[in-house]
Design a protein around this ligand. Structure first.
Ligand code: ADP
Ligand code: MG
Length: 561
């Protein structure tokens, strides 16, 4: 089976295309959103909601928000072992794969995985690596806003419209401008910020709450509680004009009321950053805000009122209804999977996408009588329809020179030092004393937005041996092989026990958050769960789980109203 996966910073989803429709697949807790959090507890891998609760009571056992470190060397320590972001992502992917297999009753081997449109080469390669470590054949990466547009466009196969997808997730922000015409969907431009999302708003609010109470916002012990309160208050403000926070944190009794105006003030620097990609995408698409027919909001963070208000004001319209901001990307990824597998139900659907970055090499320029190196020479401009290839010819400068060497860069800055260095290309050429040796270099952005490079030496017609040096932040083949072994050795927490594990983790988190008389109360609940687990009566256990969750809901609601 071929599935679509939305591997999010905060939440991940899986979907499959069946009977002419994409549908979401639930996890063992019956939910379609699986928090992108992993934990290792008693030597066992725990993924999703339970891991998110473990992160609150025992942060050292869990890892979250690691999508933000894709394409870097950052390591996370879990259960005494160091993991990099693709390995942690692979844990999520393999749990999703297992959920899909359990739901569909057959093996799942192939997947389309969505990535932020504004993910660069390194970040895309990291997602590819994660797929391999999870034992998935990643047939394609699809840009998240493109996927959302595909899910939306499937229902709008008549007529013509220009749509703008505004996608603010937990950690990334993407804008895409598309044209839809009778089932043909063309992305005209994409822009974004790979380090801006709802979690930054939570962080800003947590800092504000701490400062108001004269607490240290960076205190590692207080952080889980502060972030939880901030997250609850942020979400409450999406539907209510104000939110009241009452809780015991760091030995202090917090009692604060947050208004929407205050929230907007506190997050103003973040809101200001929304304009940059929006303006650029419109300008690259050569459209004014008034020429956009539909505004599609995607990503959980577009539920925030200041964000909705900003998008609406800027595009002078209300967002379309009927698009679930959490689900659209996964549904679109499943449609793309069906397109790759040539599903007959999608014969009339065509989707083209663009690359969000300019690709180029370094060159030297003459200034006065001297040459200065380090200038960026674009080869493929950003927002070119992919796949795309461009050829450039380079020649030796010295007689007898046997090697040509230049750097490859991605970005928009005039000097290469400010762009992303993708590596050095080294090409061997025959020693030629009489004339300059020439090589033809073909640069290709493939359908996943990944770079391929081919080199031909013109004098011999041979494909030259070419070396792109390993990029900092990229996983080597050896590292991927090692990660595969590490992954195989990990014991996965049994699926059938997911509900009990989740409840237990939630009780532990409540205990960690509570103080004073609330603590024995939580301990009492833990004992009741343990007794029921010993008694092994499935029906009684089921009822008890519901009761305890309801009690915890009330307990948490007491903190933020
Ligand atoms: P990702 O795809 O990056 O995982 P999502 O699209 O799932 O992200 O969005 C997650 C973000 O949306 C989180 O920062 C979360 O706090 C925020 N969010 C979810 N629901 C709400 C809400 N009701 N109000 C405000 N923010 C919300
Ligand atoms: Mg998302």
């Amino acid at each position: 089976m071929h599935i679509g996966i939305d591997l999010g910073t905060t939440n991940s989803l899986i979907a499959v295309f069946r009977g002419g429709q994409p549908e979401l697949i639930p996890n063992p807790l019956g939910q379609v959103l699986t928090p992108s959090v992993v934990a290792i507890r008693d030597g066992q891998l725990v993924v999703g909601e339970a891991a998110r609760e473990i992160a609150r009571s025992a942060p050292a056992q869990a890892a979250a928000l690691f999508k933000r470190s894709m394409g870097t060397d950052r390591e996370y320590r879990l259960g005494g072992t160091a993991y990099r972001a693709p390995e942690l992502s692979a844990m999520i992917l393999s749990a999703l794969k297992a959920d899909a297999e359990a739901h569909l009753g057959q093996p799942v081997t192939d997947a389309v995985i969505s990535v932020p449109a504004y993910f660069n080469e390194l970040q895309r390669k990291a997602v590819r690596a994660a797929g391999r470590i999870a034992g998935l054949n990643v047939t394609r990466l699809i840009n998240e806003p493109t996927a959302a547009a595909l899910a939306y466009g499937l229902h709008e196969r008549e007529g013509e419209s220009r749509i703008l997808v505004f996608d603010l997730g937990g950690g990334t922000f993407d804008i895409s401008v598309l044209e839809l015409f009778e089932g043909v969907m063309e992305v005209r431009a994409s822009a974004g910020d790979a380090f801006l999302g709802g979690e930054d708003f939570t962080e800003a609010l947590a800092r504000h709450i701490a400062q108001t109470a004269a607490l240290d916002p960076h205190d590692a012990e207080l952080r889980p509680a502060l972030l939880k309160l901030a997250e609850q208050a942020k979400c409450a403000l999406s539907t209510a004009p104000e939110a009241r926070i009452t809780a015991e944190v760091g030995g202090q009794t917090l009692d604060q009321t947050l208004t929407r105006d205050r929230f907007e003030e506190v997050t103003a620097p973040l809101l200001a950053r929304l304009a940059v990609p929006l303006d650029r995408a419109l300008s690259d698409a050569n459209l004014s805000p008034g020429e956009i027919d539909r505004l599609v909001l995607v990503g959980g963070a577009t539920r925030m009122q200041p964000v909705r208000a900003y998008a609406g004001r800027r595009l002078r319209q209300l967002p379309v209804s009927g698009v679930d901001p959490d689900q659209a990307v996964a549904l679109g990824a499943a449609v793309q999977a069906a397109l790759v597998a040539r599903d007959a139900g999608l014969d009339d659907v065509v989707m083209t996408d663009v690359s969000a970055f300019t690709l180029g090499i370094d060159t030297a320029h003459r200034r006065g009588d001297r040459w200065h190196a380090g200038y960026f020479a674009p080869i493929i401009e950003r927002n070119t329809v992919i796949p795309v290839s461009r050829e450039e010819t380079f020649s030796t400068v010295e007689p007898g020179q046997t090697e040509l060497r230049f750097g490859i860069y991605q970005g928009e800055a005039p000097v290469v030092a400010d762009n992303l260095h993708l590596g050095e290309l080294t090409v061997q050429v025959p020693r030629n004393m009489a004339e300059h040796e020439k090589v033809k270099v073909r640069f290709t952005y493939d359908v996943s937005g990944l770079l391929e490079v081919d080199v031909t030496v013109l004098s011999t017609g041979k494909k030259a041996s070419l070396v792109i040096s390993q990029l900092a932040g990229e996983m080597t083949e050896a590292e991927i092989t090692k990660a595969l072994k590490k992954m195989k050795a990990l014991k996965h927490h049994p699926r059938e026990d997911a509900a009990n594990l989740h409840l237990r983790a939630r009780l532990d988190a409540a205990f960690a958050m509570a103080r004073g008389p609330s603590r024995p109360w939580v301990t009492g609940l833990i004992l009741r769960l343990e007794e029921a687990l010993d008694a092994q009566d499935p029906d009684a256990l089921d009822t008890l789980r519901k009761d305890l969750h309801a009690a915890l809901d009330r307990f948490e609601a007491d903190h933020v109203r």
